[in-house]
Design a binder for this molecule. Structure first.
Ligand code: UDP
Length: 273
């Protein structure tokens, strides 16, 4: 028993080292069309999340991963804009965001994908038998994702799952609150997930971090294949998603508009309001 405790304590120390790393860093946020992004690399993003898990606040830390489509949608969706603006950690998941920041003359360190960040956090959480709740996607998907994750991280504590097709969420919220996971993964698609997290984080004390992650549960469950590494390397994950789901083609004009709006200006500030 005591050796297990020692092992857990040692692993918690690893997380503490990450805290030190974060404290030494000055936070820098940049704005693309008014939407904030944290200038963090992959390691720093995971460290910030692990630190928030270790030092749980009354209100969980929220992490979002806006891509150019979400930034464009937020320009005329006040609820989405305000949800993105008030998120604690905003990761530049898309190459479009990285390029826009470069054009502004304030480059972001690197692309930080939500799926890889969450995976590395789960890896660390598993080392300390941390807990996670998987919320979203079609019925059965979160459970399948849970099974696959447990195969990879047997000591990860998956305390709950719930699908994302609901009318009323009171019972889901009380289930999450009662289970108080270190990490709550929310995959309701955008803008629903960001708005849900923004509106409900105040009711979720006991949860460490809420990450809004789009289609991640579909990928972890094996229902949707992530882009092959060549696509990822060439920054063409968006093209892969369009090939898998041709209905996403309708997003192309928005991507083009994003490129134009962020093309010339150093201060391509928000046009909303
Ligand atoms: N989804 C959900 N509830 C909804 C709408 C979507 O749980 O009301 C899920 C959907 O099943 C999928 C995930 O949200 O697993 C992401 O959906 P999508 O790929 O459309 O979102 P995006 O990645 O574009 O934000």
């Amino acid at each position: 028993m005591s050796s297990i405790f020692l092992l857990i304590s040692k692993k918690k120390c690893d997380i503490i080292k990450y805290n030190d790393l974060m404290e030494a860093k000055i936070e820098l946020k940049i704005k693309v069309l008014g939407v904030s992004f944290d200038a963090v690399n992959k390691k720093e993003a995971s460290a910030q999340i692990l630190s928030a898990i270790q030092n749980k606040n009354e209100i969980p830390l929220t992490a979002v991963t806006p891509n150019p489509i979400m930034v464009m949608n937020s320009q005329n969706n006040e609820a989405l804009f305000s949800a993105l603006s008030s998120a604690d950690l905003s990761l530049a998941d898309g190459v479009g965001i990285i390029s826009a920041a470069k054009r502004m003359g304030i480059p972001l360190p690197e692309r930080v994908t939500g799926i890889d960040t969450a995976y590395s956090v789960l890896q660390k959480l598993a080392e300390v038998a941390g807990s996670v709740y998987l919320f979203g996607a079609k019925p059965g998907v979160a459970e399948l994702a849970a099974e696959k994750l447990i195969d990879q991280f047997p000591s990860l504590n998956i305390v709950g799952t719930h699908h994302g097709y609901f009318d009323k969420d009171e019972e889901i919220i009380s289930d999450i609150k009662q289970k108080s996971p270190d990490l709550l993964i929310v995959c309701l698609g955008s803008p629903r997930q960001e708005i849900w997290a923004h509106e409900n984080k105040g009711k979720l004390s006991g949860v460490g971090v809420i990450m809004c992650l789009g289609g991640v549960l579909d990928v972890w469950s094996g229902n949707i294949k992530r882009a092959p590494s060549l696509f990822i390397k060439l920054h063409l994950e968006w093209l892969w998603r369009m090939l898998l789901e041709p209905k996403r083609m309708k997003e192309l004009p928005k991507m083009l508009k994003f490129r134009i709006l962020t093309g010339k200006s150093r201060q391509n500030q928000k046009s909303f309001k």
